[in-house]
Design a protein around this ligand. Structure first.
Ligand code: BJW
Length: 296
C-alpha cells in the first residue's frame, strides 16, 4: 500500500475533529459535471452569464433553463460511494465532524448524511425563493421538475445528450460530462412565479451566485466549529478546485492552527503527491473510489 495512504489512515483513526470540504468533483462519478476544466460547465458559458444576480436580471429565461437542466440531472443522479463514505463519517459518535459542501445537487443529503453536520454553503437546486425584496417566500425541498411546462424541453435536451453520450462511448454509464445548451428564448410568464406576491414576481433558484453573501447562519456555525473547543485535526479537501471564496479559506485557516490536509482530486500538484508539502497528503483519482478506501 502507498506510504501516504498508510500514514493518512494511521492519522485519521486518531483524529478527534474533522472537516470535509466538498466540491463538484465528488459528484462526477454520479454523472454530474464540474464547473471548470475541459469538461466543465463553464467551458461553453461564462459564469457571469449564468451564476450572478445580473445574469438573472438580464435573462431569467436563460438562467432558469440552466438550473432546470441541472435539477433534472441531479434528480436522475444517485449518491456514489464517496458520498456514502462521508455519510458514514457523519454518523460516528466519538468524533466532532462537519461536511461543508459547495455542491447544490443534494446528493450528500440523499446519502443518509446526518442533517445537523451537513452545511450546503452554496444553497440547493431544490430551494426556490422570491426575487422581490418585499417578500420572504422560500420553498425548500421542491423536487418537482419541470417547474413550468416551458422548462420541460431542458429535460429532453439532457436526455438527448445522455443518449448521444452512451452511443459515443458504447456504455450506459455516464463517463463524459454533459454540456448545457439553452433550448429557446423564454418569457417571464414561462418561468416559476411567486405564489404569494400579488405583482407576479419571479421565483429564483436558492443557490448562492457570485457577489452574493453566503447564508450567515451557516457561516457562523462553521466558524464556531473551527474556532471553539479543540482545534481541527484534519480537513479533507474533496473534488474542489479551491478557487471560490470563502470556501477555499477554510483550508488555510485549519492548516494555520496545526490541522493536516488530505486532498482527493483527479488533478494534484506533483509536490503534494511526492509528499513534499508539509502536513498535506494528496490522493490522485476519482474521489468516489478513493474515499471509501482511505476512510475504511
Ligand atoms: C475530481 C473528479 C473526480 C474532477 N474526483 N476530483 C472579484 C470580483 C467579484 C467577486 C470576487 C472577486 N474576488 C473574489 C470574489 C468573491 C467570489 C469568488 O470567490 N470569486 C472567485 C471566482 C475569484 N465569491 C463570491 O462572490 C461568494 N460570495 C462572497 O464572497 O460574498 C462576499 C463578497 C462579494 C463580492 C466581492 C467580494 C466578497 C459567492 C460564491 C458563490 C459561488 N457559486 C457557484 C455557482 C452557484 C451554485 C451553482 O450553480 O452550482 O458555486 S460558482 C461554482 O464554483 C459553484 C461551485 O460550488 C463553486 C466551486 O467549484 P468547485 O466545486 O470547486 O468545482 P470546480 O469545477 O472548480 O472544480 C472541480 C474539481 O474537481 C477540480 O479540481 C477537478 O480536478 C476535480 N475533479 N473530477 C475528484 N472524479
Amino acid at each position: 500500500m502507498n506510504k501516504q495512504l498508510v500514514e493518512f489512515q494511521d492519522y485519521v483513526v486518531k483524529a478527534k475533529k474533522i472537516v470535509a470540504l466538498v466540491g463538484a468533483g465528488l459528484s462526477v462519478s454520479s454523472g454530474l459535471p464540474t464547473f471548470r476544466g475541459s469538461q466543465g460547465l463553464w467551458k461553453n458559458f461564462n459564469m457571469i452569464d449564468l451564476a450572478t444576480p445580473d445574469a438573472f436580471y438580464i435573462d431569467p429565461g436563460l438562467v432558469w433553463q440552466f438550473y432546470s437542466w441541472r435539477r433534472y440531472g441531479a434528480l436522475k443522479a444517485k449518491p456514489n460511494k464517496g458520498h456514502y463514505a462521508l455519510s458514514k463519517l457523519s454518523q460516528y459518535q466519538d468524533i466532532e465532524y462537519i461536511t461543508i459542501t459547495q455542491n447544490v445537487d443534494g446528493l450528500s443529503s440523499r446519502s443518509n448524511h446526518k442533517k445537523d453536520n451537513l452545511y450546503e454553503i452554496h444553497g440547493s437546486l431544490f430551494e426556490l425563493k422570491c426575487t422581490s425584496f418585499m417578500c420572504n417566500y422560500v420553498e425548500r425541498d421542491n423536487f418537482h421538475n419541470p417547474l413550468t411546462e416551458a422548462l420541460r424541453d431542458t429535460e429532453y435536451e439532457f436526455d438527448k445528450q445522455n443518449r448521444k453520450r452512451s452511443l459515443d462511448t458504447g456504455d450506459e454509464d455516464v463517463t463524459v460530462s454533459p454540456q448545457f445548451t439553452p433550448v429557446k428564448q423564454l418569457a417571464e410568464s414561462d418561468l416559476p412565479q411567486c405564489p404569494v406576491c400579488k405583482d407576479g414576481s419571479l421565483l429564483r433558484p436558492g443557490v448562492v451566485w457570485f457577489g452574493e453573501s453566503l447564508p450567515l447562519q451557516l457561516l457562523t456555525r462553521i466558524d464556531n466549529f473551527i474556532e471553539s473547543g479543540n482545534s481541527v485535526d484534519l480537513i479533507l479537501v474533496i473534488g474542489t478546485s479551491g478557487t471560490v471564496y470563502p470556501a477555499n479559506s477554510y483550508v488555510d485557516r485549519i492548516k494555520l492552527k496545526g490541522g493536516k490536509v488530505a486532498i482527493f482530486n483527479t488533478d494534484i500538484e506533483p509536490e503534494i503527491l511526492q509528499g513534499k508539502v508539509e502536513n498535506t497528503w494528496g490522493f490522485k483519482g476519482d474521489a468516489a473510489e478513493l474515499l471509501p478506501l482511505a476512510l475504511k
